[in-house]
Ligand binder design. Structure first.
Ligand SMILES: NC(=O)c1ccc[n+]([C@@H]2O[C@H](COP(=O)([O-])OP(=O)(O)OC[C@H]3O[C@@H](n4cnc5c(N)ncnc54)[C@H](O)[C@@H]3O)[C@@H](O)[C@H]2O)c1
Ligand SMILES: O=P(O)(O)OC[C@@H](O)[C@@H](O)[C@H](O)[C@H](O)CO
Length: 465
């Protein structure tokens, strides 16, 4: 098929009417497959006027994304990959600006200070928040100078000085109580500068929490080629993802919000039960399949789920974590976990196990350890979670581990033979977990399996095959 440029396939609405009322920090793949995709569908209904998104990148890698998208009028494809191989594509035109720090600092400041800007969203990854991984407390030394939270506090100070209303700050990162964590991060940075500003923020800025969901792998040349070959579109940075998408948001937007309920976003009074289900049963189970899949030498998540013992292990993991979740009307906890595993099994999505375990020390405490702590408080054993941690320990011995704590974890994993449980005693990652003798015993058992017979032996012990 001869490919035509994406600019020859524009959205069916007038992008000029979108303007710019929404700023997004962290313009990665997920943002484009999720928040921008939802707004695009709202724009098609003619209900997004004034809410165009200005993307802001704070990392050098964002400049390449900006350059590629700028060459195609900031349009991008979102391509849904159905299990039967079908592809559905739309051109997303919701992003009306793309700025990158540090070069565009003045433009970013003025965008954030503009009265038209009423909503700021974040997908800056779990590690992008200056809070302790295990307690969630603000840690001043983790706040990157000139980073996300300095920028937000500067912007709020500008708005206060100009007598403007603030914007609402909505975190879309996978973190328990992400609104509370965003608030703590902003207030922590503000308090270190000016108590009056911190008070003003406390009294005036809303930080709703949200649960976000759509499995969105990284884009490589393979995805670009797929879009060119199968759909006939030349797109310099398409995003491929699963067909499923969900966004549940705490409805606190004193400065207004787009009417996203028209395109399926659910606005609720309390997002916590939905968020807990998602983080513990989807992201937690993702950690399980990611660490096991890496040790099994597999590349994609669906390959791992196709291994019958891995699927059974994941089912066991879900059953172990499920009792820690609140009974929630309309939510079948075990069914939710089962449907997550079905989504992982989609052979078309081509998500990699490596993506899931990157920066695991930012993810495991948020996705796995909460359920472990709740189970232990209730006196329940945690053989499946302990097995996931043992897989992580084993994998930490490798040289190619991308993780802020890679060296510390490697050293601890190396000491395991002499000091059993040393890995779990890396306090910055595991908090007090290493003091729990029951968990340490289960972890040791799993580690012995891995050392003696690899992941197959561990799987054989914990599943019936
Ligand atoms: N990919 C998914 O399936 C998915 C689904 C739900 C939620 N999320 C959330 O979105 C986040 C980003 O995922 P993605 O797939 O877009 O990743 P990505 O690698 O495509 O993009 C990450 C973005 O975050 C920015 N970033 C990273 N660290 C930062 C920091 N310390 N400060 C400021 N910006 C920073 C990067 O510059 C980039 O713009 C995840 O960490 C998760 O919290 C992802
Ligand atoms: O992106 P992270 O690091 O928060 O977590 C890895 C995956 O579990 C995550 O990206 C899922 O794919 C996503 O949360 C699905 O909605």
């Amino acid at each position: 098929m001869t490919a035509t440029d994406i600019t020859a396939h524009p959205p069916r609405y007038d992008r000029v009417r979108l303007g710019a009322g929404w700023v997004h920090l962290g313009p990665g793949n997920f943002h484009r497959a999720h928040q921008a995709w939802y707004l695009d569908r709202l724009a098609e209904l003619g209900q997004a006027d004034g809410w165009g998104v200005v993307d802001v990148g704070l990392r050098p890698a964002d400049a390449e994304v900006r350059d590629r998208l700028a060459a195609q009028d900031l349009l991008h494809s979102v391509v849904e990959r159905h299990p039967d191989g079908r592809l559905t594509r739309r051109t997303v035109g919701a992003v009306t600006g793309f700025l990158v720090l540090p070069e565009d600092l003045a433009a970013v400041r003025s965008r954030l200070a503009d009265p038209a800007t009423r909503l700021v969203t974040l997908t800056v990854t779990e590690g992008g928040y200056p809070v302790d991984r295990t307690t969630g407390d603000f840690v001043p030394s983790l706040a990157e100078p000139g980073g996300t939270f300095d920028l937000l506090v500067d912007a709020l100070a500008d708005r206060r000085a100009a007598g403007l209303l603030p914007f609402t700050l909505l975190s879309c990162d996978n973190i328990p109580a992400n609104g509370v964590v965003a608030r703590r991060s902003v207030l922590g940075v503000a308090a270190g500068r000016d108590a009056g500003l911190a008070r003003w923020i406390e009294q005036n800025v809303a930080f709703p929490s949200s649960m976000v969901d759509r499995i969105t792998p990284a884009t490589t040349d393979t995805e670009r080629e797929l879009v060119r070959r199968e759909l006939g579109i030349e797109d310099r940075w398409p995003v491929t993802c699963e067909p499923f998408a969900q966004w549940i948001v705490e409805d606190r937007f004193p400065t207004g919000r787009p009417a996203l309920e028209a395109v399926g976003v659910e606005f609720v009074a309390d997002v916590e039960p939905y968020e807990a289900h998602k983080l513990r049963l989807l992201n937690g189970t993702h950690q399980a399949v990611g660490h096991l899949g890496m040790l099994l030498g597999l590349t994609t998540v669906d390959e791992a789920v196709a291994h019958p013992r891995v699927r059974e292990f994941l089912t066991g993991y879900v059953a172990e974590a499920a009792p820690t979740l609140p009974v929630t009307p309309g939510l079948d906890t075990l069914g939710y976990g089962r449907s997550a595993i079905e989504r992982f099994a989609n052979p078309q999505v081509r998500d990699t196990v490596r993506r899931l375990v990157t920066d695991a020390s930012d993810r495991v405490p948020r996705f796995v350890l909460g359920a472990v702590a709740d189970n232990r408080r209730a006196g329940r054993p945690v053989p499946f979670a302990a097995a996931v941690l043992a897989c992580w320990a084993q994998r930490s011995l490798g040289a190619d581990v991308a993780d802020p704590f890679a060296e510390v974890l490697r050293d601890a994993a190396r000491r395991e033979d002499q000091q059993p449980g040393a890995f779990l005693r890396v306090r910055e990652v595991f908090g007090d977990l290493g003091q729990d003798e029951g968990v340490v015993a289960e972890f040791r058992l799993a580690r012995e399996d891995l050392v003696a017979g690899g992941p197959e032996r561990l799987l054989a012990r914990l599943t019936s095959g």
